[in-house]
Design a binder for this molecule. Structure first.
Ligand SMILES: Nc1ncnc2c1ncn2[C@@H]1O[C@H](COP(=O)(O)OP(=O)(O)OP(=O)(O)O)[C@@H](O)[C@H]1O
Ligand SMILES: [Mg+2]
Length: 508
């Protein structure tokens, strides 16, 4: 006689397989989820996490295998089928309608009606109730486009609550949240768990996974690599199961021989923070990190240097030459590249192939006498895909079909193949797995050694400290200090990031 099951899992997944042309995304995967527990699903980019979640949420169908909810086998033909079974998915790339209000988004397609008309008052009242439940004090009439990413994330959760989700799946919810917003989200997750909601949590940030999870399921190359419970959930165990090897020395920065000034910024004022003048320089072969809290004005600095935002005043010099950048085209012409933080909006064209995206910024370099040099384009794309370990059957597939992290690598590849003088990177490893992060760090190190000046923004202190020769710290649009590599401590950075410049720490 088999042992009696302890308790009926809320969700039981067995033998799930799913292939796309040329890719086996999932093979014979097993996973289960109890009532009121937080299960994290981790794995490298392209391991199959999002695909599994899309199957559970009725977005895609498995080729084989079964899904049971409370012991009953289910087969979802659509998202609304899954919702009826109490399963809601918050996508890796948020899915709200920007031009609608919070309330309209929460009840989109399920609007309460009165006498045949949409009952706006009911929408308002009910939305307010769900927002309150997750501790969000926003007017349901606010347009979604006016919310921060963190607030949008919360609206997605409110929406899931409104369908009475018993299983809430979050695919990389914190990848664009500030530290404070993440903490808020964790409180909400714990609160939902105590109310009996089961949570599936996906993240590349292993510290979060350790903090939140009751159990962890690890995927590797579409297969189940293992399950971990409670005290087994250690950084070492997670990495070993995910990557199949030890990733110990993540950062390796070769000491840099000071080169010439590559870019110099004088008296630069951005429209977001018009009261502050920014002054700094980056040398050839130097990696400079910009640290600060979300909203400190770091992205604006990069966008202004790239000509995406117009400066109010100030001067930018590239290799001593005064530059007038009024558009990204000018910037690219002058050898400036920007890898933006938002890959979906600004980074890649999802409908183009990987190869087309990679050659996009460097087209004038591969084009000969007005004709495209296809051989050069092919070689360059193959090189980049290999260097960055883009997981795809070929570089001729649609970029939109790649996993989120692999799309990010294509964005990087696109700008790196331009061989810029100044490389601007905004959160370069957001959504990228630990193994590939290491590749990107090594690549940055190598590019600097080739003489490229690198200026990057990151919210991960570890990354800032591990890679930078020098760090510029910003607070509310103002540079509050600069630290050289030997002065870098977490505390020194945080102190400067959380206070205004005082006479003592402004150099120059
Ligand atoms: N619609 C699709 N068409 C073709 N291939 C796809 C499609 N969706 C996913 N894939 C492929 O399936 C594999 C698994 O992708 P998935 O998005 O599930 O990975 P992931 O674990 O979520 O990765 P990441 O951490 O980068 O988000 C990848 O190789 C991906 O390119
Ligand atoms: Mg994914």
């Amino acid at each position: 006689m088999p042992a009696a099951p302890q308790s009926q899992p809320r969700l039981q997944v067995e033998g799930i397989s799913k292939s796309f042309p040329g890719v086996r995304a999932l093979q014979n995967v097993e996973m289960h989820l109890q009532q009121g527990e937080v299960l994290s699903v981790v794995g490298e980019n392209g391991a199959g996490k999002s695909t599994l979640m899309k199957i559970l949420a009725g977005v895609q169908r498995q080729d084989s295998g079964s899904v049971r909810v409370d012991g009953k086998t289910v087969s979802f033909a659509s998202v609304s089928d899954a919702m009826d079974a109490g399963i809601a998915l918050i996508h890796q790339e948020l899915n709200l309608a920007d031009n609608l209000t919070i309330g309209a988004n929460i009840f989109l397609g399920r609007e309460p009606r009165r006498l045949g008309l949409i009952d706006e008052r009911a929408i308002h009242r009910e939305s307010a109730r769900f927002l309150k439940r997750i501790g969000l004090s926003l007017d349901p009439g606010t347009l979604v486009q006016d919310l921060t990413t963190g607030q949008q994330q919360m609206v997605e959760i409110a929406k899931a609550l409104s369908i009475d989700a018993r299983v809430l799946i979050m695919d990389e919810p914190t990848s664009s949240l500030s530290a404070a917003e993440s903490e808020r989200l964790f409180d909400v997750i714990r609160d939902l768990r105590s109310q009996g909601v089961s949570i599936v949590y996906i993240s590349h940030r292993l510290a979060e996974v350790q903090e939140l999870s009751d159990r962890v399921t690890v995927l590797r190359d579409g297969e189940l690599a293992g399950h971990l419970a409670e005290d087994q959930i250690t950084h070492g165990n997670l990495v070993r199961l995910m990557v199949g090897r030890d990733v110990s020395r993540v950062f390796s920065r070769t000491p840099f021989p000071a080169g010439k000034v590559a870019v110099e910024v004088r008296g630069l004022r951005t429209s977001t923070w018009p009261a502050h003048e920014l002054n700094f320089a980056v040398h050839s072969g130097e990696i400079v990190g910009i640290a600060g809290l979300v909203g400190a004005g770091r992205t604006e600095v990069l966008r202004t240097l790239f000509g995406a935002d117009a400066p109010l005043s100030g001067e930018i010099r590239i290799r001593g030459q005064k530059l007038t950048v009024t558009s990204p085209v000018d910037a690219i012409e002058s050898g400036i590249a920007l890898v933006p933080e938002d890959r979906k909006q600004q980074g890649v064209v999802l409908d183009m192939t990987i190869r087309e995206n990679i050659s996009l910024a460097s087209i004038h370099r591969t084009a000969r006498s007005g004709f495209m040099n296809f051989a050069a384009e092919r070689r360059q794309s193959a090189d980049m895909c290999e260097q960055l370990r883009v997981k795809a059957p070929a570089d001729t597939i649609r970029t939109g079909n790649l996993s989120g992290g692999n799309q990010q690598k294509v964005v990087l590849g696109k700008w790196l193949s331009m061989k810029p003088h100044l490389l601007l990177l905004d959160e370069p490893t957001r959504g990228i797995d630990i193994g590939a992060k290491q590749e990107i760090y090594q690549l940055m190190d190598r590019l600097a050694a080739e003489g490229i000046a690198i200026l990057f923004v990151s919210s991960e202190l570890e990354e800032i400290m591990g890679l930078s020769d020098r760090v510029i710290i910003m607070h509310e649009g103002c540079i509050t200090g600069e630290l050289s590599r030997d002065q870098l401590t977490e505390q020194a950075i945080m102190t400067l990031a959380t206070r205004q410049a005082s006479a003592a720490n402004v150099q120059n």
